[in-house]
Design a protein around this ligand. Structure first.
Ligand code: G3P
Ligand code: CA
Length: 240
């Protein structure tokens, strides 16, 4: 079962920063998950929310800043003083750092209010320029973005993220052409894990932070778990 670090080592470091990714990579994990937004001047950057308010010392929409402007904000101090100086990374910076690491990159494309085509094009360009097609898994709640990638570069794995296990059935997944499903780990969702796996759809539940939930996922043969606590999961599942 793959261990995927959600927004880096989210429990111990400020999410979606280089500090968080470096830290996650100190454990024997298989993947890193990160979120992508788009600046005013067309640079894909790694941050979860469409605003910088929660995870930096600034305020405003990501899309209202140029890359140079957004780099002025501190993305570490909100979490702890010892992370002062962390910046919002560009997607390119994360890719360059990860290019020689043995880890898959779960790139979540957040829905953009404008410039979607440019956003997707820039992300695709970064993947192909750095030859990361085999390492990146494009994931998103928004299935037109999956379609864009399937049409332009079918070699790249795509995953539909969802909270709803009923709507996103096997036939529905087939219809939109997603390779995998990343689903919020709820009691109702677990009923579907074996079914999807048997149909050849990799299932990677997210928000698996407790050991008992991770053990249940393992019993249900999921492909991987997306967790805020990669250290704890590595201690349990990689100890032998
Ligand atoms: O990997 C899926 C998960 O990251 C989706 O939820 O809100 O943490 O981006 P969110
Ligand atoms: Ca995410």
């Amino acid at each position: 079962m793959e261990i995927i670090a959600h927004r880096g080592n989210k429990r111990y470091t400020p999410e979606n920063t280089m500090a968080s990714f470096y830290s996650a990579m100190t454990y024997p994990i298989d993947g890193i998950e990160l979120d992508v937004q788009f600046t005013k001047d067309g640079i894909p950057v790694v941050i979860h929310d469409d605003k910088i308010d929660r995870t930096t010392n600034g305020r405003g929409y990501v899309r209202s800043f140029s890359f140079q402007e957004i780099r002025q904000f501190d993305a570490g101090t909100w979490f702890h003083e010892r992370f002062r100086g962390e910046k919002i990374p560009s997607l390119k910076e994360v890719f360059q750092w990860a290019s020689d690491k043995q880890v898959s990159l779960h790139v979540e494309l957040k829905k953009q209010k404008r410039n979607s085509t440019e956003y997707l094009t820039q992300c695709l360009k970064l993947i192909t320029n750095l030859h990361l097609e085999d390492r990146v898994i494009i994931s998103t709640f928004y299935f037109p973005y999956l379609k864009f990638f399937k049409e332009r570069q079918p070699k790249i794995e795509t995953a539909l993220i969802t909270k709803n296990p009923i709507l996103r059935s096997y036939h529905y997944l087939n219809h939109i052409g997603a390779d995998a499903i990343h689903i919020r780990n709820t009691y109702h969702a677990t009923q579907f894990y074996k079914y999807w796996s048997m149909k050849g759809i990799p299932v990677r539940p997210y928000n698996v932070h407790k050991i008992k939930d991770a053990l249940k996922c393992q019993r249900l043969d999921v492909q991987g778990i997306i967790t805020n606590d990669p250290k704890q999961m590595a201690d349990i599942f990689r100890s032998e």
